[in-house]
Design a protein around this ligand. Structure first.
Ligand SMILES: Nc1ncnc2c1ncn2[C@@H]1O[C@H](COP(=O)(O)OP(=O)(O)OP(=O)(O)O)[C@@H](O)[C@H]1O
Length: 567
């Protein structure tokens, strides 16, 4: 099956978990991001679905896969569709059940008795609460998979899953209950409890060495308390049949080893400039994570105004927009790669886990993530399937001495705080970029305010119509609303001003940036601009700058490693 997808050999997690899963053992599989965990559970389910014979006569699923986000569910579905192309299973034997898409359509698809269900917990619960027939069929499943299992156990996610497991258990036919429960396959790159704590409030605890392939109980005995605690919790919640086999193929790696981690120290006000600087100097596909949806909404139009193809993705977008955004980003990446330019996706943490976007060169943490597990998963969107990639943190001085230090202690397993590699900045270039950025940001802010005001206006209009009020002011008496509206109106740029600013920005963007020969340089010391011009070794828009990719620059940069104090 692996070779039918064009892969020469199974990855380590596939090699170790597929045989155990095929034997019917409950498995907890841990391996770094991008190491092929989807097929590690996908292949056993597809094998089992094929081996259970004539699929048309079966009306219960072979496997149910739970994923924490809609994008991930949809991606897993596509991945498995590729796999079954080479089998006797038809395309409609896989059905995806996620929120944000038509429930009626999903109910229709369920009438074809699919063998493999891929679902987010919310929609799955809605469907089984709505129909006992659906609940009864699903309850007969042979296998249940929990992808990104540690995430499913965090932040109230488990309430839904708890109800689901309760219902499935109640509806499970007696003969299947006798042979005990369904087989559970549980996967993630992160299972240690210390990764979930808030970076600004928790004190990281040391981890001790792991073993390779152990029963959950042995992990408990080995003193790997943080992992053991999560495994214990999983054991309680997920109703395993017996002690599951815990297979950890990367016991010492936390962040995938092919990720080159780096930082740019900068003040809070300079994050936008550093981001623009990076995507201007280092072409490639860049995924930028922020901690707030407002930042996504502000950064995307700002970069777009600067001519950088940028797409945004966050959880307040409707589902179809979210899926379309991912498609648009992938198209932009292809075009940008041909032109040696940048293509950017600005996302909230809805994109942090599981997404397998091909060839992401850089991940930028515009904001430091709130917990270490998010850092690991965000960083894991690059350097997948054996490739290398860059994970870059934009970090303020306060963060560097607080949250970042905690993060480094956790991901370096408390051995040493390895001062991250730092990208040297060229102040000449920064100054020139700032001029453009200021205009682009003002225009973006004004666009956002206009959109808000238009939305509010149409809302007020609609409410007034419904209430039969003629004077709109009657509806806007709230002082806070009035002040907010005034503030937004004040930030709106007049049409004429906006036109002038756009013209100025256009002119600035058409002018190449000049790298002066006087300053220090990112990698290679002084460059002879005339020579570079003759050799045509400039970027398209920076004269005198020898284009390099971020990965090679960082690989040749040394990080200062220092031991931590024993605190
Ligand atoms: N045997 C294999 N050889 C080479 N590439 C593979 C193999 N199996 C899977 N891949 C590819 O590796 C990439 C990552 O796989 P996958 O998304 O399953 O990783 P993952 O371990 O689930 O990552 P994450 O922890 O981020 O969710 C995919 O593009 C997939 O097609």
């Amino acid at each position: 099956m692996i070779t039918s997808l064009g892969f020469n050999k199974p990855t380590e997690i596939q090699k170790q978990t597929i045989p155990a899963a095929l034997e019917g053992t409950d498995v907890i599989g841990k391996a770094i991001t991008g190491s092929g965990k989807t097929l590690a559970y996908g292949i056993p389910i597809v094998e089992k679905a094929i081996s259970t014979g004539n699929w048309e006569t079966q009306d219960t699923p072979t496997g149910i896969i739970f994923a924490p986000t809609r994008e991930l569910a949809s991606q897993v579905s596509k991945h498995l569709q590729q796999l079954i192309k080479y089998s006797s299973l038809p395309a409609n034997s896989i059905v995806t059940l996620t929120g944000g898409l038509s429930i009626q359509k999903q109910e229709r698809l369920l009438r074809y008795n699919p063998r493999i269900i891929i679902a987010t917990p919310g929609r799955f619960l809605e469907l089984i609460e709505k129909s006992t027939d659906t609940a009864t069929k699903f309850a007969s499943t042979d296998i249940v998979v929990f992808d990104e299992a540690d995430r499913l156990l965090q932040d109230g996610h488990f309430e839904e899953l708890d109800k689901i497991l309760e219902l499935l258990n109640n509806y499970r036919p007696k003969e299947k209950l006798q042979s005990k429960k369904w087989q559970s396959l549980v996967f993630s790159a992160t299972f240690s409890k210390d990764l979930f704590g808030k970076l600004d409030s928790t004190k990281p605890k040391p981890e001790t060495k792991n073993n390779k392939k152990r029963k959950a109980s042995e992990v408990e005995e080995s003193g790997d308390a943080e992992t053991a605690e999560v495994l214990q919790l999983l054991g309680k919640k997920l109703r395993f049949r017996a002690k599951p086999s815990f297979i950890d193929v990367n016991p010492t790696d936390v962040v995938a080893d092919k990720v080159i981690e780096a930082m740019i120290p900068c003040g809070n006000q300079e994050r936008d400039l550093m981001l623009y600087y990076f995507v201007t100097l280092y072409p490639g596909s860049t995924l930028v994570f922020t901690n707030s949806i407002d930042s996504v909404k502000r950064l995307a139009p700002t970069l777009t105004n600067l001519g950088v193809p940028t797409v945004s993705l966050h959880s307040s977008m409707v589902q179809k927009q979210r899926l379309r955004a991912l498609e648009r980003f992938q198209k932009n990446c292809e075009t940008a790669a041909k032109q040696h330019k940048s293509s950017v996706l600005i996302a909230s943490d809805v994109a942090a886990r599981g997404l397998d976007l091909p060839n992401i060169n850089h991940v930028i943490h515009y904001h430091l993530p709130r917990s270490a597990d998010t850092y690991i998963h965000r960083s894991g969107r690059t350097a997948r399937a054996g490739k290398q990639g860059v994970s870059l943190i934009l970090c303020s001085p306060q963060e560097a001495s607080g949250a970042l230090r905690k993060l480094r202690k956790i991901v370096t397993k408390n051995e040493e705080v390895d001062d991250l590699k730092q990208l040297t900045l060229d102040t000449d270039i920064l100054d020139q970029l700032k001029e453009r950025l200021d205009i682009a940001a003002k225009l973006a802010k004004s666009e956002i305010n206009s959109q808000h005001l238009n939305k509010e206006e149409s809302w007020v209009q609609k409410a007034a119509e419904e209430l039969g009020i003629e004077d709109l002011d009657d509806l806007q008496e709230d002082d806070f609303l009035k002040r907010d509206r005034k503030r937004k109106e004040g930030m709106k740029i007049t049409k004429n001003n906006s036109k002038a600013m756009r013209a100025e920005l256009k002119q600035l963007l058409s002018r190449p940036i000049r790298k002066s020969g006087r300053r220090s340089y990112i990698a290679s010391g002084l460059n002879n601009i005339a020579k570079l011009l003759i050799q045509n070794e400039n970027t398209d828009n920076i004269v005198g700058y020898l284009q390099q990719d971020a990965l090679s620059v960082l690989k040749s940069t040394k990080s200062k490693k220092r031991k931590t104090s024993k605190d």
